[in-house]
Design a binder for this molecule. Structure first.
Ligand code: AMP
Ligand code: MN
Ligand code: MN
Ligand code: MN
Length: 276
């Protein structure tokens, strides 16, 4: 299946396009199969699926679940999930409910760093009031001139250890995999090259993920370099995991990899879509 993109965001989380606009753009740019994987949220899937049927591309129901593992935040993508599944929707609702308080804490940290009104500012960028993310804070801080772009805001204010960073407890890896599997989905470890892991921790994570029923590793992603495509393909194989590919597109001009621009999986990978 050429031109498959199994990781993308809409305005239902921190993307800039509505689900329908996202699907239309994917179609225009040659994507044949697209998964919408909003953070901790499935409310955009119906709209995206409807538009995909109209424009004639294959659509995969997805989600990207925020997880705390070994003291850091990881993301697990669920593909072919059932957005109506009660265990999954209750789990996601629980994660989202923690985001409100977290946003208030981020705003109060930013206030101490001299930035006022960022809670209202971030909310003004969040089309989904249940899903205020750091990305919305970042857009507001760019608007206020605190940095020239979203990446720079993260580097200066929002990344781990920076003045506006607050630690947060997300779902456990076990919970996330349970919800995905309970809803009939396939679990993919998202952008593993972004995590701070030494070799031992990396292998512990992959072993734990595989043992809990995880199916694939995101090998090709906008977050990886070409060298990382090859090394993560190798690690996926070592643990008997399939390989996935996703742009992690958030919006025109804001993402490193646009829709339709994903490179092919490296040789020797077993694509996760063989399981579809
Ligand atoms: P949250 O779930 O609220 O912690 O927000 C996480 C989101 O922030 C990620 O999904 C990315 O969209 C965005 N993000 C995280 N780190 C960076 C970064 N260094 N540069 C740009 N965006 C980032
Ligand atoms: Mn995001
Ligand atoms: Mn992610
Ligand atoms: Mn993502």
């Amino acid at each position: 299946m050429p031109n498959v993109d199994l990781h993308s965001h809409s305005t239902r989380s921190d993307g800039l396009l509505t689900p329908a606009e996202l699907v239309a753009r994917a179609r225009e740019r040659g994507v044949r199969a697209l998964a919408l994987t909003d953070h901790d949220e499935v409310s955009g899937l119906h709209e995206a699926r409807t538009r995909a049927a109209q424009v004639g591309i294959t659509f995969i129901d997805g989600v990207e679940i925020s997880v705390t593992w070994g003291g850091q935040t990881l993301h697990v993508v669920g593909l072919h999930i059932d957005p109506e599944n009660a265990e999954l929707t209750a789990g996601l609702e629980q994660i989202r409910s923690g985001r409100g308080q977290r946003a208030a804490r981020i705003a109060s940290e930013l206030e101490q760093a001299g930035i006022d009104d960022s809670l209202a500012g971030a909310r003004s960028y969040a089309a989904n009031p249940d899903l205020v993310s750091r990305t919305h804070f970042a857009r507001f801080l760019v608007e206020r001139g605190h940095a020239r772009d979203v990446q720079t805001v993260f580097r200066k204010y929002l990344a781990t250890g920076k003045p506006g960073y607050v630690p947060h407890q997300w779902a456990s890896l076990e919970q996330a995999l349970h919800w995905i599997k309970a809803s009939g989905g396939i679990a993919v470890l998202a952008h593993p090259g972004r995590y701070k892991l030494d070799d031992r921790q990396r292998d512990a994570l992959l072993a734990n993920f595989a043992e809990l029923g995880g199916a694939a590793v995101e090998v090709v992603t906008g977050s990886h370099t070409a060298d990382q495509f090859v090394t993560w393909a190798h690690h996926a194989r070592r643990f008997g995991l399939f390989a996935s590919a996703g742009s992690d597109f958030h919006g025109p001009g804001e993402s490193r990899c646009d829709l339709g621009e994903l490179p092919e999986l490296p040789a020797g990978c077993t694509p996760v879509w063989e399981k579809f």
